[in-house]
Design a protein around this ligand. Structure first.
Ligand code: HEC
Ligand code: HEC
Ligand code: HEC
Ligand code: HEC
Length: 448
């Protein structure tokens, strides 16, 4: 009996599938693939931290009662994902394996060690623990084993939940052409997802109805899911994560099968003239000549278009934010004046929906480049639904004898907004500092 058959028999006897080893250590790939490794390693160069709550305090209010109101920075290089998730106030300061607000699935899009742990422990056993339970296993930056099979080095999905989701939208990985398979490796992480409490808090993409914001909302409404209850309005809220795959899939480029890879991973030549894919995965504009010039003439014109798109989206987004915030405070005034759940239900549902459309558009990184038309469509929709919520709240407020307009607190800066929401920022920061000093820096392998 050869080794493979023996292992199959053993697996059959014990009822446990034999895990195939996942090479999560990026260094283990370096010698064989020096060009890919070297270009991958340059992701460490995009290191700037940009505090998005500071630049737009509306976000604090819109995410009131949820972790994102504490801390939210712009995405930076893949190299930093483990450090960033460890340092953010959102993961708090779990000193023991069963402490803390976040489940283990929170590591899912940060490191190839998750691929290894899912393979060795099983998906449910990995996910059913808390985030803090796996810190001592996680040290590798997003890397080779996230997107490549450890044995054959072929492009592969390393996350079983992504494989299931792709099948649900008729994009079963094995049936796709190579360029779509390549884009699907990005779609393991650059997507909307949630943690399924009915299945050990494993990751699930809300794609059972399709890829649009409307499809995902219908899915979440259908299962009665909420990420959190808003601390001002008490509305059952949803947080959109970063649906780049979804907003790309429905874009002009998506329809023409110009993929993430075409724009973010162009082909380069090494010193010997051998072609390889640039693995930096940073700014697509650095690649204009390789990635865009076959279809677009001028980089300057392109940058002007991008700037105009961004300005238009920002203007529309700020208008929507003001109206959704107003609705949250109208709802609070209605509760304070004694409104009951039956009176509030419709308006709270509309607040949930308005904010969802806003978030789906704006949380999708660089939607001004990927799908500006979709951003404007969703923001227009968010505006309509926010106005509906306000009209419903007008009725409740006048019934409860509350005078309008409802006064808003000072929300003019990140710290003012956090104060208005009664958030104990000093407490959160002290807890984090203790955790970093006493636990993460001492016991966890990741370099922070
Ligand atoms: C986020 C996903 C991702 C990560 C991380 C990643 N790759 Fe890739 N890699 C790809 C994709 C997608 C392709 C295919 C590109 C194409 O077909 O145009 C690819 C192609 C390759 C190829 C084939 C030759 C080439 O350059 O096109 C090699 C070899 C390779 N990668 C090695 C590595 C190594 C080594 C690492 C880690 C240092 C790594 N990859 C990290 C997604 C990834
Ligand atoms: C294992 C999960 C994962 C995979 C797979 C992945 N990403 Fe990312 N990506 C992230 C995370 C997390 C961040 C944010 C990191 C941070 O800010 O700490 C990010 C950030 C980025 C950024 C911003 C980088 C910068 O310099 O500002 C780009 C661009 C990007 N990813 C493109 C891609 C592309 C293209 C692919 C597929 C080839 C891909 N990613 C695959 C998780 C992933
Ligand atoms: C037609 C080209 C194109 C395609 C296709 C494309 N992108 Fe981009 N992407 C861009 C441009 C342009 C930007 C914004 C400018 C820049 O890169 O700095 C961007 C920005 C991003 C960012 C944000 C970087 C930041 O610093 O904010 C992420 C993340 C990202 N893309 C991921 C993806 C993923 C994942 C896919 C596929 C699902 C994808 N992109 C498809 C061109 C593209
Ligand atoms: C295979 C051809 C092709 C490639 C490659 C390509 N594009 Fe496009 N792009 C198009 C077409 C076609 C359109 C739609 C017509 C138009 O607006 O010019 C478009 C539109 C756009 C738009 C406007 C989107 C809108 O709806 O306003 C932007 C921005 C854009 N492309 C950016 C890029 C960038 C950045 C790259 C390279 C990283 C790139 N494209 C690569 C074909 C391509």
């Amino acid at each position: 009996m050869n080794a493979l058959m023996l292992s199959m028999v053993m697996a059959g006897m014990t009822g446990v599938a034999m895990a195939k080893p996942v090479k999560s250590d990026n260094e283990a790939w370096k010698a064989e693939f020096p060009d890919q490794y070297a270009s991958w390693a340059t992701a460490a160069e995009t290191s700037d931290i940009v505090d998005l709550l500071e630049s737009n305090p509306n976000l604090v209010v819109l995410w009131g009662g949820y972790g994102f109101a504490k801390d939210y920075n712009k995405a930076r290089g893949h190299y930093y994902a483990v450090a960033d998730v460890t340092q953010t106030l959102r993961t708090a300061g779990p000193m023991g394996d069963m402490d803390g607000p976040m489940p283990a699935s929170c590591w899912s899009c940060k490191t190839p060690d998750v691929a290894r742990l899912i393979e060795s422990e099983g998906e449910g056993a990995f996910a059913s623990k808390k985030w803090g339970a796996w810190g001592d296993e996680v040290g590798n930056a997003i890397g080779c084993a996230d997107c490549h099979d450890s044995e054959s080095s072929a492009v592969a999905l390393s996350r079983p939940y992504a494989e299931r989701a792709m099948a649900a939208v008729d994009m079963t990985f094995d049936d796709q052409p190579a360029n779509i398979q390549a884009a699907q490796t990005c779609g393991q992480c650059h997507v909307e997802y949630y943690f399924d409490a009915t299945n050990n808090n494993t990751v699930k993409f809300p794609w059972d109805n399709g890829l649009t914001a409307e499809d995902a909302l219908a899915y979440f409404d259908g299962i009665g899911f909420a990420d959190w209850t808003h601390s001002v309005s008490k509305a059952p809220m949803l947080k959109a994560q970063h649906p780049e795959f979804e907003t790309w899939a429905t874009s002009v480029h998506g329809e023409m099968e110009v993929t993430c890879i075409d724009c973010h991973m162009p082909k380069m030549k090494n010193e010997q003239g051998r072609e390889y894919s640039k693995h930096n995965m940073g700014s697509a504009l650095d690649n204009f000549d390789q990635s865009c010039s076959s279809c677009h003439d001028s980089q300057a014109d392109m940058e002007a278009v991008l700037k105009a798109n961004k300005a238009e989206i920002t203007e529309s987004k700020l208008l929507v934010e003001a109206e959704v915030i107003k609705a949250h405070y109208q709802a609070k005034a209605a509760w304070d004046a004694g409104a009951d759940e039956a009176q509030m239900k419709q308006a709270l549902t509309h607040i949930r929906h308005a904010q969802w459309f806003w978030d789906f558009a704006t949380a999708s990184h660089a939607i001004h480049a990927h799908n500006p038309g979709e951003a404007i469509r969703l923001l227009d929709k968010a505006m309509d639904v926010a106005k509906q919520a306000q009209a419903e709240l007008d009725t409740v407020l006048s019934k409860q004898g509350v005078e309008q307009p409802v006064a808003l607190p000072d929300l003019s800066s990140k710290s003012a907004a956090q104060k208005a929401l009664g958030m104990d920022m000093d407490g959160f920061e002290a807890e984090k500092a203790t955790f970093l000093q006493e636990r993460a820096d001492k016991e966890w392998p990741a370099r922070l």
